[in-house]
Ligand binder design. Structure first.
Ligand SMILES: [Cu+2]
Length: 590
């Protein structure tokens, strides 16, 4: 196709980049431009080889970055595990290490939950690197269609059930709740330890289930005809989810009882004097108690369909396929709020800690929390607009979903107002909170677009939806996790910290910018981590909206050539995400 065959070196680069018609056409147009100036042929050769070199270097960088980051993540988590277990061991020299397995201290349990969350999150992040590598170039790259669907399934499950939930609810909930409500420990400490162990074993089981066969390809929603197919790994996956659900149930019973146990005064006392974070964990626990049994029921029905010849979801024998979707999303939508309500609570407590003020409009924040939890239980149909609802149901689900924007907007405005009027200096956690507010409100707006049942018919199962929920969860929850790590690093880096039982947590807060070093992190590197994360995460997730509107479907590993540049850009920004994770870790140690 191209006349330059003289140099074998350049020819090699042509071969390397010739799989891509777009790239070829670019080269051809560039070359014809250069040929127009006949005497500049040398320049055209130079330019072409430089461009080809750049392309190859980027691909090589991506691959080596994926391998390197997996190795680094693994090493870092081994170090964290060793460090935390060693410090626990050193604190209790008189006890055997094994006795720590029976330690019911809430801070210990919270730290182990966070370690479980970090392990689950590193696996989920590794899978997302594979997804981005596969999508970086069109055509088959690193994952076949079967592997690819299994990878996205486990990426979703690990990030939801084994990163965000353990870190935000199990970790920060267990560490902070007893201190905030002024108790020595949770009200059922041994039940707390039991749910920790259930959570640990469910993590082991889900990782095993990823390794059996080629995993399960049903997606994290495991819709019925898919999840009834013959994967052996899906049984293990369901067992793992049962354990995780039990763990969450016991944990939430514990939280609800602990918070209510101090309300012996009156309900008014509870309403007026309990921190917003405790309230958010309270509502999250209520949502868990309402929704987790429904998930357990529907996956038990699938197991029964798979192995005991029942026909809950088999239309040929009188079953109902839609029943599964109703049951699943009755769990699935509250699950979204289960993930984000603790983040709301943490954001509130971090903002009031750094501004040293009560959140503006505290009562309205509380009512908004309640309304978000309540409305979250009655909007599940917005995930199912394409199944052919009648017009009344569609109108109902569209309007009830849109109404959630009101309490959410109240919360966002109250946070902004508190920051606006009371914040006198900027510190890393506040940057991450600003990032949270930006990305969460952007994700909220795209959520309003998707709530419209007519528009959802077009955008359903496109990458627009992927962009939307990554802005809300991946960015929202992860910004909050970063901010909380920075704020509460004192607890995390010294799990054995002996606190006076009813001490006010704000005594540990940084009040003055020059006492930053006492928090145990480097503010400058933290800001660099924020900038890097902000730029690269927006580069990663924003193009998803564009390709979604252009019609790029979810759960498909190959694509038309017109989507090449967007996907390539998204994959490239993963390097920035890795850099910001590295800076985040460094900011604690430098
Ligand atoms: Cu929903």
């Amino acid at each position: 196709m191209l006349p330059f065959r003289s140099s074998c070196f350049i020819h090699l680069f042509y071969l390397a980049s010739s799989y891509n018609p777009l790239w070829d056409s670019l080269l051809v147009s560039l070359q014809s431009l250069c040929n127009f100036f006949y005497g500049l042929r040398f320049l055209s050769r130079l330019l072409l080889s430089l461009l080809a070199c750049f392309h190859l270097v980027i691909v090589a960088c991506l691959i080596s970055f994926a391998l390197l980051s997996l190795i680094i993540l693994f090493a870092v988590f081994v170090v964290i595990l060793c460090y935390s277990s060693l410090s626990l061991f050193l604190v209790s020299r008189n006890n055997l290490m094994v006795n720590q397995l029976y330690n019911t201290n809430h801070i210990y349990i919270g730290v182990v939950y966070i370690i479980i969350g970090l392990i689950g999150g590193s696996f989920g992040f590794g899978l997302s690197i594979i997804i981005r590598l596969e999508l970086a170039l069109n055509g088959y790259c690193v994952a076949s269609s079967l592997n690819y669907n299994s990878i996205i399934t486990f990426h979703g499950l690990l990030m939801i059930f084994f990163m965000i939930m353990p870190i935000l609810i199990g970790g920060f909930g267990n560490i902070l709740i007893p201190i905030l409500i002024g108790c020595n420990d949770m009200i059922f400490p041994r039940l707390n330890l039991f749910s920790l162990w259930l959570s640990f074993f469910s993590l082991i089981l889900i990782i095993l289930s990823l390794l059996i066969d080629s995993g399960s390809n049903a997606g994290w929603t495991f819709y019925v005809p898919l999840s009834k197919m013959n994967y052996s790994s899906i049984d293990l996956l369901f067992f793992s989810l049962h354990l995780a659900g039990l763990s969450s149930l016991f944990g939430s019973i514990n939280f609800i009882s602990s918070i209510l146990s101090i309300s012996s005064f009156s309900l008014l006392y509870l309403f007026n004097f309990i921190e917003l974070f405790s309230w958010s964990i309270f509502f999250t626990s209520l949502l868990l108690v309402i929704s987790i049994p429904v998930l357990a029921a529907c996956i038990t029905m699938i197991i029964s369909d798979r192995h005991f010849n029942s026909c809950f979801f088999d239309p040929l024998r009188g079953g109902d396929l839609l029943l599964f979707q109703h049951l699943f999303w009755f769990f699935g939508h509250p699950e979204v709020y289960i993930l984000i309500l603790p983040a709301f609570g943490l954001i509130s407590s971090i903002i009031s800690k750094f501004t040293q003020f009560i959140i503006f409009g505290r009562d309205s924040m509380l009512i908004a929390l309640f309304l978000i939890g309540l409305l979250g239980c009655v909007v599940w149909g917005h995930h199912m607009f394409v199944v052919g609802f009648d017009i009344d149901s569609r109108a109902y689900f569209t309007s009830s979903t849109s109404i959630i924007a009101i309490p959410t907007g109240i919360k966002l405005l109250n946070w902004l107002l508190t920051l606006w009027s009371n914040l006198f200096y900027l510190i890393t956690p506040i940057f991450f909170i600003l990032g949270f507010l930006l990305s969460f409100s952007f994700g909220g707006f795209t959520g309003l677009i998707l709530a419209n049942s007519i528009i959802d018919l077009i955008l359903h199962d496109s990458y627009f939806v992927v962009g939307h929920f990554h802005y809300v969860l991946s960015l929202g929850a992860v910004y909050c996790i970063f901010a909380s790590f920075y704020t509460y690093s004192l607890f995390l880096l010294s799990p054995s910290l002996s606190l006076p039982s009813s001490s006010n947590i704000s005594q540990l807060a940084v009040i003055h910018p020059f006492s930053i070093s006492s928090t145990g992190f480097n503010d400058f590197i933290g800001r660099l981590a924020y900038i890097s994360f902000f730029i690269s995460s927006n580069l990663l997730f924003f193009p998803m909206h564009t390709i979604g509107i252009l019609g790029f479907p979810r759960r498909v590993f190959d694509y038309l050539i017109i989507f090449y540049r967007f996907n390539w850009l998204s994959s490239l920004s993963l390097i920035g995400i890795g850099l910001s994770l590295l800076l985040f870790l460094l900011s604690f140690f430098l």
